[in-house]
Design a protein around this ligand. Structure first.
Ligand code: MOS
Length: 735
């Protein structure tokens, strides 16, 4: 089905099942420990051997030699796979560095060997016995600040490196009020609960990988390309995924090495990437340096806005894209954005929850707060004054829906914004200095084609199959709701099967596009199935109605089970998009509100209250969507106050590479969270009229925290994370 004109009314609009806060259909499996994650496929794989990954101890250079004699002789060892004996390997389209290094080493903890043994403990013990000679390369670059000026323009995901409109320099120079500041964001880790994990089984020349991967079709393609085998010979299965956040968008070393290990030993091999390797072996959200300049007239109308970003990556890697939202969020006739990417020899930087906007909003939304203060205008009023209903870089493109102002008005009322003291450092509650901050939320809505297969059987059950994944987001549930609504059956009559490359290719889970696109694909397949059913029972399909487990036309009604009594009916289709996303700018919007307390003596920061108000199209399931937003808000608190992979600038690696050293918020760090979805449907986005929500929730949170800390203390921190040492020296009461 091609979606080319705005959606008119359709069966989804009945909202009998869609839009309801249905419990997760996979909840019982998960809460009873029966949901099969990749490493736990005892149900389908027996007698596996265990692989243990060895990571490079240098960041750049080459391996002079590996002495594996002692390791080979260790108990239980079946094989040691290295680049020397793995055969010719290609590189996945989406991997900046090789997943099995050697002799060249491209980054620290790049995998250089897999030790395969009968037990995990034997593999780990033998790995300790490998003797590796390294030859370090000179001239490696690990310090972004030191190399930033060597950066080159490089296109973002979904946009050019640079954009310009009007005369930024002239307008900025002429502006009566000017603001110019530089912000930094650190390298961050996805730190998902389930590690990258895979079991590989070869059957002749056919490979099956039970793995943990957000994008099944990309994964199949890159496995085939890396191993040099046809795509048809690769099957990937990811039925359940314990978090991804972008870290599992791509083929990683666990899957490749499990496949190589299984081929070497002629037996199933399972590999879970050890937690201490994850931070330097896989991808991460890369650090940025961002300069923002804003010029405005005295009434607070932006006349010039400029955002420049510097970041680094391995050759073949992309920039972070932190300027993306500045192209779209606020009005202003004269504007520029620029992105410069330098070569860095750290592990690959790549997508992490809201790549681009999450980092960009951390800087932009502090800058907006600072500029509002300089103008003497309330920061919400300043944002509203510079709202726009058209793409400010391309005025021929309206936003399909844009309720940014409504998000702020609703949130201000609910949070009690009017009680905030705009003068920083005055509000107190005992030993706590109290501050309130706000920030916009913004993330684009992307259209990606997505297919599904649906089947009606003689019991009246509807089965949906698509290679869409559920990374903890609720895909199983919203897909079941979509099929139930379309076929007129209760949720219990729908079975959803996901994450298998033998199913039709979906959008996959990424870029907050999975919810809208994968359900739209299921919608398309259900439209076809409705036609097949109508035809089967002799109804005119335009008149057929599906409700209460029946198909009806005029005064005739046939139970669905009866329609499929002499054989299941199957339909397959997908959603494809025309150019609606070129005619309209599709984005999601929100407003974050945060109250913090800062200890007057120690500068300890505690978040006390949080509210997000979001406008993101039709909300398919308010319960699972809310979970996405509050989870993202939690991650935003981490970005604001805790998360930083510390770079060893001499040796070139992330030092705090485990969950003891890399801090993320825990329950005790997070107060009561509140969130509201504005009532919205977006007929431009798809027949579902929905948009993404999973990443919107993180965009802007960290800046709202930063602005609240400023309101509490009068200290402006422009380098994340905002740790107490950055406040202490400047807080007058401390000491
Ligand atoms: Mo998302 S960072 O595209 O999983």
């Amino acid at each position: 089905m091609k979606f080319e004109t705005p959606a008119t009314s359709n069966p989804i609009d009945q909202l009998k099942v869609i839009g309801k806060p249905a419990d997760r259909v996979d909840g019982p499996l998960k809460t009873t420990g029966r949901a099969p994650y990749a490493y736990e496929r005892h149900d389908v794989v027996s007698n596996p051997a265990y692989g243990y990954i060895v990571g490079s101890a240098i960041a750049k250079g080459r391996i002079g030699g590996i002495d594996s004699a002692a390791a080979k002789a260790a108990p239980g060892v079946r094989a040691i796979v290295t680049a020397d004996n793995a055969g010719k390997l290609g590189k996945g389209e989406r991997n900046a560095a090789k997943l099995l290094g050697g002799p060249e080493i491209e980054h620290y903890h790049q995998a250089i060997a897999l030790v395969v043994a009968d037990t995990f403990e034997q593999a780990r013990a033998a790995a300790e016995l490998l003797r590796v000679d390294y030859v370090k390369a000179d001239g490696a670059a690990f310090d972004l600040a030191a190399v930033k000026d060597t950066g080159q323009p490089k296109p973002l995901f979904g946009g050019p490196a640079d954009t310009a409109r009007g005369d930024f320099s002239g307008a900025f120079a002429a502006a009566p009020v000017r603001f110019d500041a530089t912000y930094t964001t650190p390298d961050q880790a996805h730190a998902m609960m389930e590690p990258h994990a895979s079991i590989a089984v070869w059957n002749g020349d056919k490979l099956t990988l039970w793995t943990s991967n957000q994008m099944i079709d990309w994964g199949v393609g890159d496995v085939a390309k890396t191993l040099g085998i046809p795509k048809e010979n690769v099957r990937l299965v990811s039925s359940f995924i314990g978090g991804g956040f972008g870290g599992k968008l791509f083929l990683r070393s666990d899957a490749l090495l499990a496949a190589l290990g299984a081929r070497a030993v002629g037996r199933p091999v399972k590999v879970a990437l050890q937690r201490p390797l994850m931070f330097n072996n896989t991808t991460h959200r890369p650090a940025t340096i961002q300069r923002i300049r804003i010029g405005a007239d005295r009434d607070g109308r932006i006349t010039a806005i400029g955002h420049e970003e510097w970041c680094g990556n391995l050759p073949g890697g992309r920039p972070e894209g932190a300027v993306s939202q500045t192209r779209l969020l606020y009005a202003g006739a004269n504007r520029m954005t620029a992105t410069r990417l330098a070569a860095l020899d750290l592990a690959e930087g790549n997508a992490m929850r809201a790549p681009g906007e999450a980092s960009g909003m951390m800087a932009l939304e502090i800058a907006i707060d600072e500029m509002a203060e300089k103008l003497g205008i309330d920061p919400i009023e300043f944002r509203i004054r510079n709202d726009t209903q058209i793409d400010p870089e391309r005025p021929d493109r309206p936003f399909s829906q844009r309720q940014l102002t409504e998000c702020f008005r609703t949130g201000a009322e609910r949070f009690g914004w009017s009680k905030r003291d705009p003068q920083p450092g005055r509000a107190r509650d005992g030993r706590w200095k109290i501050g309130i901050g706000t920030a916009a939320a913004f993330r684009n809505n992307l259209l990606v084609k997505s297919a599904a297969r649906v089947r009606l059987d003689g019991n009246g059950m509807v089965t949906v199959e698509t290679d869409m994944t559920d990374i903890g987001t609720g895909s199983y549930t919203i897909i079941a709701q979509t099929a139930a609504e379309m076929m007129g059956v209760p949720l219990e009559k729908v079975v959803v099967r996901l994450g298998d490359s033998s199913f039709p290719v979906s959008s996959g889970s990424g870029g907050q596009f999975g919810g809208n696109n994968s359900t739209a694909g299921v919608y398309a397949a259900c439209v076809k199935l409705r036609e097949a059913i109508a035809q089967k029972v002799g109804f005119n399909s335009a008149e057929a109605e599906f409700a209460d487990g029946e198909v009806r036309a005029g005064n005739r009604r046939v139970p669905l089970a009866q329609a499929a009594a002499d054989g299941a009916l199957t339909a397959e289709d997908g959603i494809e998009y025309g150019d609606l996303d070129k005619k309209y700018q599709q984005s999601t919007f929100g407003a974050h509100f945060v109250e913090v307390g800062v200890d007057v003596a120690t500068a300890e920061i505690r978040v006390r209250r949080m509210l997000a108000v979001c406008a993101a199209g039709r909300i398919l399931n308010p319960k699972t969507a809310r979970s996405q937003i509050i989870g993202a808000m939690t991650m935003g608190v981490g970005a604001a106050l805790m998360e930083e992979m510390v770079v060893d600038k001499r040796a070139g690696f992330f030092v705090n590479h485990d969950l003891a050293g890399y801090e993320v918020p825990v329950h005790a760090d997070i107060p009561h969270q509140d969130m509201i979805f504005l009532d919205e449907t977006d007929p431009i986005s798809s027949p579902m009229k929905a948009k993404g929500v999973a990443e919107l929730g993180i965009c802007g949170v960290a800046a709202a925290v930063a602005n609240a800390v400023y309101n509490a203390t009068g200290v402006r921190v422009r380098d994340y994370p905002i740790t107490l040492d950055k406040l202490l020296e400047q807080m007058p009461d401390v000491g």
